[in-house]
Ligand binder design. Structure first.
Ligand SMILES: C[S@@+](CC[C@H](N)C(=O)[O-])C[C@H]1O[C@@H](n2cnc3c(N)ncnc32)[C@H](O)[C@@H]1O
Length: 219
């Protein structure tokens, strides 16, 4: 058993490097010392009464080091305006990316979560971590109207094509440009790009299949 765990440590170290290991230790300490729960969790089993659940993926959390890499991939001249705008996490789960956005320094942080129990955990986690400014909205990302100053929309493979298409239609209405999209494990990227043909790729990490994309200013 101990050997298996050590083998996993070695595999993770090769894949994620020192930052990934530090990040795991950090979240483990938050769990043990502050009772913060960012753990993987399955979706409720009965999709009845929760429209959108049939298109949803289960909960797993984004690490601080990963979100940092995405933000650092935003070209330097745009980084400051992005940090001064609103960060939106569609499918915010238990709020780990919201906490990371707070540490990175976003001015306004909004999370949208379909599963009420995950959103409730996110609120408890933010309180335990002293993150007072994050707004956590119970609801379906497909119906979310983006704040006018949305600058970075983050998604960690939250949902399938049907929801992605509606999100893309809502995103097209954001008045401020450029708007960035950080999409981790981007398996439904074709649905997004089909709806938003202007979307430009800024960064691609094949290892985690993560992308940073930009809706440019109108020419
Ligand atoms: C992989 S987790 C990502 C959690 C968080 N964004 C993070 O990176 O730490 C995906 C989350 O999306 C949520 N989700 C799935 N479909 C959704 C929808 N239509 N609207 C809002 N949230 C949704 C799931 O319940 C789950 O918590």
């Amino acid at each position: 058993m101990a050997r298996e765990r050590l083998e996993r440590v070695l595999r993770d170290a090769r894949r994620e490097g020192a930052n990934g290991i530090a990040s795991r230790a950090y979240y483990r300490a938050l769990f043990l010392l502050r009772g913060v729960d960012f753990g993987r969790a399955d979706l409720p089993t009965d999709p009845a009464g929760l429209p959108g659940l049939e298109h949803a993926y289960f909960h797993r959390a984004t690490g601080l080091h990963h979100l940092r890499r995405l933000v650092e991939a935003i070209p330097a001249p745009d980084r400051e305006p992005v940090l001064n705008g609103t960060f939106v996490d569609l499918g915010c789960g238990k709020g780990r990316a919201l906490h990371a956005a707070h540490v990175i320094g976003f001015r306004r942080i909004v999370g949208v979560e379909l599963v009420g129990a995950f959103a409730a955990t996110a609120r408890r986690n933010m309180e335990a971590l002293g993150v007072s400014g994050a707004e956590i909205i119970d609801g379906n990302a497909a119906e979310f109207s983006f704040p006018g100053d949305t600058r970075l929309v983050f998604m960690f493979n939250p949902f399938r094509d049907a929801v992605m298409r509606q999100v893309a239609a809502n995103l097209a209405r954001v008045p401020v440009r450029p708007v960035y999209v950080g999409y981790s494990f981007a398996v439904h990227l074709p649905a997004l790009t089909a709806m938003l043909p202007d979307l430009e790729e800024v960064w691609h990490d094949p290892e985690s299949e993560s992308r940073v994309l930009r809706l440019p200013a109108a020419t």
